[in-house]
Design a protein around this ligand. Structure first.
Ligand SMILES: Cc1cc2nc3c(=O)[nH]c(=O)nc-3n(C[C@H](O)[C@H](O)[C@H](O)COP(=O)(O)OP(=O)(O)OC[C@H]3O[C@@H](n4cnc5c(N)ncnc54)[C@H](O)[C@@H]3O)c2cc1C
Length: 412
């Protein structure tokens, strides 16, 4: 095998999606030195590259995903960052040194700081443990979009979409554009997770029925899918005839690189645990975007990239003590996860936490406590919806005892 060539940069950003590109743009523009962004795909932009719908960028503009991706990449290069596509970060050769492979062959890149922006992936049918045959026609939303938008291929004639969160409706759009009839959407929840107007449009104008309280218990057919066996929560069963099924919306952070580097992961998000300055447990390594919390909007990911740039610059200009200790933040069911999820001295206190819930909660009262002491109570003035962000202000973080037990966030 060839010896890897070696080079050094000031900042190495892994992942050229909205989060990584926004971090690189801000860092290069603010004089962080040599900023290099890697992406294993041939084109920069991350997930938006294959999202043809309008829904990206600042409200009121609503660019298509490819438009958004192109603008973000142009901004990064315009600010002076270097992009290296078709290049995969394979593993760690030192605390802030990564081994990569790309068009130029293997390379060992040492950076003063590393920003992990590796995004999230949708859990496929196998990870969801849906039994049955292994036919063609079983996709995730990402696979559907790549099939239809990137490669211009057929997606079948009759599809079922499993899930009813915003990304499931993106799948509906992709199927419609591909000329595929969607025979039903199926969700185990009691109602749609999308905004009411979106859900109503799909049902009334798109004529797509939403089957609630139902789960897919078997995939049927071979070599092509012929149907899905469903079980309703009231015990009734049914078979839906279809040649395509799209499993949507069950995202998990792409934390392979973080895990390989021994970076502490959060049990809730399953991504790297970070504080409000996006510092991981590993000195010099930051993380931003969907790798922290799968999956918010591109706007949230890019905003985090830009915010993290400030912390990265501070670290480059005056590297102080990297906080390894601090209290953790945990949620109680039905809350699923919270981010950031580490509280450290010196992190910004004016932060907003993002939470997810597993159940619909009408105007929930969120209570934050540590060792039995209530730090903060906040009522949400709307229904918390599974699969959609629930914000919690961070005004209470200054009251946390860094030596104390875990901070708990629960629904009262
Ligand atoms: C189907 C779908 C529709 C969506 N629709 C919208 C929408 O309408 N509006 C909106 O605002 N948001 C939307 N989103 C969410 C949005 O796409 C994400 O929030 C955003 O892409 C997250 O950005 P990111 O940079 O964190 O990750 P990503 O966009 O996932 O980018 C991560 C990048 O890291 C690269 N990478 C990973 N590991 C490595 C490695 N080891 N080496 C090199 N490169 C690596 C990947 O190739 C990828 O390009 C949608 C998401 C999906 C899945």
């Amino acid at each position: 095998m060839n010896e890897p060539s070696a080079r050094s940069v000031d900042v190495l950003v892994v992942g050229a999606g909205p989060a990584g590109l926004a971090a690189a743009t801000r860092l290069a523009a603010r004089g962080a030195g040599r900023v290099l962004v890697l992406d294993r795909e041939q084109q920069p932009g991350g997930v938006p590259r294959h999202c043809e719908q309008r829904g990206f960028g600042p409200p009121g503009r609503w660019w298509t995903g490819p438009e958004y991706a192109a603008r973000a990449a142009e901004a990064a290069v315009g600010a002076g960052a270097e992009l290296s596509c078709g290049t995969t970060a394979l593993g760690w050769a030192g605390p802030t040194t990564l081994d990569t492979t790309g068009p130029q062959g293997p390379e060992r890149i040492t950076a003063r700081t590393v920003v992990l922006a590796t995004g999230a992936r949708e859990r496929p049918r196998s990870a969801r443990l849906v039994p049955g045959t292994r036919p063609a026609g079983v996709l995730t939303t990402g696979e559907l979009q790549q099939t239809v938008h990137l490669y211009g291929q057929q997606a079948g004639r009759r599809a079922v979409v499993v899930g009813a969160e915003p990304v499931a409706y993106v799948a509906l759009d992709a199927l419609r554009r591909a000329g595929t009839e969607t025979v039903a959407m199926v969700t185990g929840l009691p109602r749609s997770q999308a905004h009411a107007a979106r859900a109503q449009w799909a049902r009334l104008v798109g004529r797509v029925p939403l089957l609630t309280g139902a789960e897919v218990v078997e995939v049927l057919g071979r070599p092509r899918l012929t149907g899905l066996r469903l079980r309703r929560h009231d015990g009734r069963g049914a078979v839906l005839a279809c040649d395509t099924v799209v499993f949507t919306g069950d995202f998990t952070p792409d934390q392979v690189l973080a895990r390989q580097g021994g970076i502490a992961l959060d049990a809730g998000t399953r991504g790297p645990a970070v504080d409000a300055a996006f510092r991981t447990s590993h000195p010099g390594v930051f993380a931003v975007g969907s790798v922290l919390h799968a999956a918010e909007s591109a706007r949230v990911a890019a905003h985090e990239g830009a915010l993290a740039a400030r912390s990265v610059l501070c670290h480059l200009t005056g590297p102080g003590r990297w906080p390894t200790a601090g209290a953790t933040v945990r949620v109680e069911p039905p809350l699923r996860w919270i981010a950031p999820n580490r509280l450290t001295a010196g992190a910004p206190t004016a932060c907003t936490f993002l939470l997810r819930t597993d159940r619909f909660l009408a105007r929930p009262l969120l209570r934050v406590s540590q060792d039995g002491r209530t730090l903060h109570c906040e009522r949400l003035h709307r229904t918390a919806v599974p699969g959609r962000p629930v914000p919690l202000s961070g005004t209470w973080t200054a009251q946390v005892d860094q030596e104390g037990g875990a901070v708990r966030v629960e629904v009262d």
